[in-house]
Write a protein that binds this ligand. Sequence first.
Ligand SMILES: Cc1ncc(COP(=O)(O)O)c(C=O)c1O
Length: 372
Amino acid sequence: MVNVPLLDLVAQYRGIKDEVLRAVMPVIERQGFIMGPEVAQLETEVARLSRTRHAIGCASGTDALLLPLRALDLAPGDEVITTPLTFFATAGAIHNAGGMPVFVDIDPASFNISPRAIEAAITPQTRALVVVHLFGQMAAMEDILPLAERHGLALIEDAAQSIGARRNIGGTWRMAGELGTVGTLSFFPSKNLGAYGDGGMMVTQDEALAERLRRLRLHGGSRQYHHDEVGFNSRLDTLQAAVLLAKLPHLADWSAARARNAARYTEAFTGHPAVCPPQVDSSNDHIYNQYTLRVPRRNELQAYLRGLGIGTSIYYPLALHLQPCFAHLGYETGSLPVAEAATESVISLPIYPEMTREQQDAVIDAVLAFYA
Ligand SMILES: Cc1ncc(COP(=O)(O)O)c(C=O)c1O
């Protein structure tokens, strides 16, 4: 039996151990854990990668959403349109910032929010859009941006799964997070650029917004012990910034290795009567945080693979509009059918860069054998 975990961070660590320890030991030696120089250095590097003027580290990808949503000063009844097929944090942050999540359906090909569905849901109460670049592939920003502009809406790009992803718009490559009011990143360990704990970052071109976000992460104060507004304790740890600085030079290679693994899977599954590989919009450079198939008898396949020692995951088994905590919003089963159908059929396979050919062949053979 070949053991193929969904993700093998130990394999990654083996390859970069010396670099990581060289980066974190000076922080420990000087006992400088809070807002050390590594945080600003990482912010500079991530702003360069995202082609934004500013990057502001924070405690998690969840807070990276919460802080800019808080900066909108939402009033009761203000609506924020988002996708139901995403990690819970996207909608949880809208709620916790005082907004009302409005869920709209997705595009069946890309799994990303449908621009037409956004347009149909805009009301006089709409204040913002939170667009998720799901699994590593950017949403149709060229269709969404004009909607935000026309209706005067803030546009938040949740790029937690898409650091370094890009989309060709009118002949120019645009980075995830470059075009919105703000882009948000997560350094959760399973992301393409993962910390050794929690971490996040916000990127923006807007100087005034950047200043406000810098304050909001430090209890709303620009000077210590002086508070212009009530904010949060949401700093990016210096130790995490040091880890991320050591890992960042590898990010492009890791994402390229994921894309090569994706190409091998897709070659093996294309044309199969049951197994439907992910569809990549030809305008997109996909970074494959996840490689997500659509299949019949999904739960049986997952159990079969588990029995062979192959790890998989379901992103996501219950769409957000049907979560018990959002029952008061009044959505019913069937209200967002494309997203609901996805939750019944998606399964994500191991795609991590260190996966060997032998391991990947075992996954491919097992999937094909299940449907044979
Ligand atoms: C789409 C999306 N948004 C937000 C988050 C929240 O990030 P974090 O776990 O760093 O708080 C995640 C990941 O975990 C995510 O995948």
